[in-house]
Ligand binder design. Structure first.
Ligand SMILES: *Cc1c(COP(=O)(O)O)cnc(C)c1O
Length: 393
């Protein structure tokens, strides 16, 4: 038997997504034949003579468990190169470090609070300018372009309002402006959406979420096609040192193997819960990309394979008190930050995940005090509905 990584079936046919996801990056261990990539818990590697080694010198720069994961990340995102980081924000941090003082970034005005905090509180003082626009209308991005625009940063669907940005249209505008496009693909996961195929230059993931999938690891990832971009980002990864440990890489590698089955159930349950909430007399509005009357529906349908398991909603009584009652009454939906694990979570963005965005800014962008966010897990959908029914009352 050929022990190389499978890239096709024995008949020579290309692998379908489910097969690719399970076999991505998995090469039997060359030392023992172990089918699972071992956790290479080592800081350094013995050299046979000065400078003579097997491609591994020091574990900040190279680690075989990390390499298997990075290869897997590239394969499942349909990219050439993957890089793993100690967290999602460490991956974002590496992308911004490609820039120089005076450079401008056009960023979505509705995105993960930690990305906004990193941009405004850490990088602005180094002379990088961030311009926030509503990227759901590509014309707004085009208008914000200047000769200093070096990067466009979008998230789609967005956290927590599930707004959809047209990746292909934004990629075309970025390209014309001579800027790179980076897409935070955390909410969709590579199973539902592949931004590199739509013209993006870099895909970013918080692997903490759907890629890991079991709420047991913090990790980030970047995937790209351009070799020189990979070299620059690898240089930043090893120079700044925000690398994940081998155990964490093992956990994400393991998580990726079930990404397709988990995502299928997240999507099924997400659709059931979104429709249930929409029919509930006490619910005002449900934010979920799969409703046909959503502004972003056509774009979502075009660029995503399904609509995912993330849902936000508001009650008709849009007060903090009413939201708090729901947030503290669920039994299966656990009150916690984060998302993308097998278990369902409930979250209050205004006081939890998005508390670092000033209230005025938040409300202007539609993130009201009463907004509730759900990460719908892969439990039984009837139990999840029952839980919400009781909590909403
Ligand atoms: C969680 C998250 C991040 C940050 O990732 P960490 O792994 O927590 O550092 C970035 N973007 C989105 C959309 C996220 O949900």
């Amino acid at each position: 038997m050929n022990t190389e990584k499978p890239t096709s079936t024995a008949a020579g046919n290309p692998l379908k997504p489910a097969t690719k996801i399970i076999h991505a990056g998995a090469e039997p261990d060359p030392a023992t034949g172990a089918i699972m990539t071992p956790i290479y818990q080592t800081s350094t590697y013995v050299q046979t003579a000065p400078g003579q080694h097997k491609g591994y010198e020091y574990a900040r720069s190279q680690n075989p468990t990390r390499k298997a994961l990075e290869d897997a990340l590239a394969i499942i995102e349909n990219g050439q190169y993957g890089l793993a980081f100690a967290s999602g924000v460490a991956a974002t941090d590496a992308v911004i470090k490609l820039l120089s003082p005076g450079d401008e970034v056009i960023a979505a005005n509705d995105m993960y609070g930690g990305t906004y905090r990193l941009f405004t509180k850490v990088f602005e003082k180094f002379g990088i300018k961030f311009i926030y626009v509503d990227t759901t209308n590509a014309a707004n991005v085009e208008q914000a372009v200047t000769t200093n625009t070096k990067l466009v940063w979008i998230e789609t669907p967005t956290n927590p309002l599930m707004n959809i940005t047209d990746i292909a249209a934004t990629a075309a505008i970025s390209k014309k402006a001579g800027a790179m496009l980076c897409v935070d693909n955390t909410f969709a996961s590579p199973y539902l959406q592949n931004p590199l195929n739509l013209g993006a230059d870099i895909v970013m993931h918080s692997a903490t979420k759907y890629l890991g999938g079991h709420s047991d690891v913090i990790q980030g990832a970047l995937v790209m096609n351009d070799k020189s971009l990979r070299e620059q980002l690898y240089f930043i990864q090893k120079s700044c040192g925000a690398v994940p440990g081998p155990m964490d890489c093992f956990l994400v590698l393991r998580g990726i193997k079930t990404l397709h089955v988990r995502m299928q159930r997240h999507c099924e349950n997400g659709a059931i819960i979104a429709h249930y909430l929409r029919s509930h007399p006490k619910v005002e509005r449900v934010y979920w990309p799969g409703f046909e009357d959503n502004a972003g529906y056509d774009t979502a349908k075009k660029q995503m394979r399904d609509f995912g398991g993330m849902i936000s909603f508001t009650l008709k009584d849009n007060s903090i008190a009413a939201a708090n009652k729901v947030l503290s009454s669920t039994r299966i939906f656990a009150l916690a930050e984060s998302l993308g694990g097998v278990e369902s979570l409930i979250n209050h963005p205004a006081s939890m995940t998005h508390a670092s965005i000033p209230r005025e800014e938040r409300i202007k962008n539609g993130l009201t005090d009463g907004l509730i966010r759900l990460s719908v897990g892969i439990e039984d959908a009837d139990d999840l509905m029952d839980d919400l029914k009781h909590a909403i009352g």
